[in-house]
Write a protein that binds this ligand. Structure first.
Ligand SMILES: NC(=O)C[C@H](N)C(=O)O
Length: 432
């Protein structure tokens, strides 16, 4: 039997782009549990904009696979959460629908691009939320808002119905106030889906219990290097000491490929984006242009007015990187660098079980502070390696710096979500 309720809570942080009028839910492991869904995940009958004017009014005719799974688990889908336009940003300020504020300190950004999902969880508007993580978009807002966020292994969660930004790296991931809730949502969304050609058939996730004793934890020096706020580094170092107190063995190590990771990520993601966003031309998707001009002028006009500045920048840079004559110089080099990151992780995971470091190099930015794109890109330095390699990574709150939340990042081997969730739980609950 379906039950219905209305949601009348205020949303002063602008966490949601849309709140559903009549919220229905059924029976199942998530029966009646409120869930927010990032606005780049298709919801049948519910407007889905990717935080962009160009998709305003678009109502998908079908549900993403994860939404179907949530509904059959009985979840109450409250609405669509705010995000950086098409996932392109680290603050949620590139949304066409205004920035989201960080519930911990409303003068600060919640991080991005899944900032609305993190703010909705942190302010208690929902218990669980889905985000997507291409280069840190689940973990960054989790870190800045003081909640838990997991980026699963590439292939573990179906991307069917996820509106693509950079297909080779993005994954849908669970966000929650604590590790057990995050694991609960993960257990519902993980699994094989033949409609996603990159989906991998693996057994269902095992229930998590706190396990850290005896685990080897690699700590790369580069994760505490240049650009990392010393106050953040200190908080995370204390968290790693706590893991040692719980019985983990700490193994100092290095990741030389880190110096190429950010460039590899941005060349790859912009190239993929320039191709994916070609479909928004006002005919196939997007506002219909006045077809009084020649078609190419009409298409340009609609794209110029429908996309925000950051999205236009990335389409242009991505098209340039892929253009004839430059591919070898940029795209091919980025793929070679990506392989070096994969090789570094493979070498490290032959010796350690988990790799730990800060999630973000700083605490939450002030709203407006990351206006220059390069400084915004730099903030992703510690999160993009996991996306380039396709490995799972979780951010778990580990205290404060400058009176703002700090996240501890734990990365695992491919499909070892259970291991990093168990370690995060041991950390959170202080038991091994
Ligand atoms: N989508 C993401 O994971 C966020 C990343 N900062 C980007 O702009 O690409």
């Amino acid at each position: 039997m379906e039950k219905t309720f209305t949601f009348d809570r205020p949303d002063p942080c602008n966490a949601f782009i849309k709140i559903c009028e009549n919220i229905t839910y059924g029976e199942g492991p998530l029966s009646g549990i409120s869930v927010g869904i990032k606005d780049n995940i298709s919801t049948s009958g519910i407007e889905t904009t990717c935080g962009s004017h160009i998709l305003q009014g678009y109502i998908p005719p079908y549900n993403a696979h994860v939404v179907t799974l949530l509904r059959s688990a009985g979840a109450a889908i409250v609405g669509k959460t705010n995000m950086d336009e098409f996932g392109m940003g680290t603050t949620t300020e590139t949304s066409s629908f205004g920035p989201t504020k960080n519930p911990v300190d409303p003068t600060r950004a919640p991080g991005g691009s899944s900032g609305g999902s993190a703010a909705a969880v942190r302010s208690g508007l929902v218990r669980l939320a889905l985000g997507t993580d291409t280069g840190g978009s689940v973990r960054c807002p989790a870190s800045f808002c003081g909640i838990v966020g997991l980026k699963p292994t590439y292939g573990r969660v179906s991307r069917y119905g996820l509106i693509a930004y950079a297909n080779s790296m993005e994954q849908i991931g669970p966000m929650a106030a604590n590790v057990r809730d995050c694991a609960l949502l993960y257990s519902v969304i993980a699994g094989y889906d033949p409609r996603d050609g990159t989906s991998v058939d693996k057994p269902a996730p095992a229930p998590v219990s706190p396990v850290i004793a005896g685990k080897k934890i690699g700590v790369p020096a580069e994760y505490f290097g240049e650009g990392v706020d010393p106050a953040v580094a200190e908080t995370v170092t204390e968290a790693i000491e706590k893991l040692a107190d719980l019985g983990a063995e700490i193994v100092p190590c290095t990741m030389p490929s880190m110096k190429y990771a950010l460039a590899a990520y941005y060349v790859t993601s912009m190239s993929e984006a320039s191709s994916n966003l070609g479909r928004y031309d006002g005919v196939r998707y997007g506002m219909a242009p006045e077809m009084v001009q020649p078609w190419h002028e009409a298409f340009s006009a609609i794209r110029r007015s429908g996309f925000g500045e950051e999205v236009r920048r990335r389409i242009l840079l991505g098209s340039f990187a892929l253009s004839a004559g430059y591919q070898g110089k940029y795209y091919a080099k980025a793929q070679a660098a990506r392989q070096m990151v994969r090789d570094d992780f493979a070498r490290l995971f032959a010796e350690v079980d988990i790799i730990a470091g800060p999630t973000m190099p700083t605490v939450a930015f002030r709203l407006g502070e990351a206006a220059d794109p390069l400084s915004m890109y730099l903030a992703d330095i510690l999160t993009v390696p996991a996306n380039l390699a396709g490995i799972p990574a979780i951010s778990v709150p580990c205290g404060e710096a400058h009176d703002l939340p700090v996240g501890l990042q734990l990365m695992g081997r491919h499909f070892a979500e259970d291991e990093i969730l168990s370690a995060a739980l041991a950390y959170e609950e202080g038991s091994a």
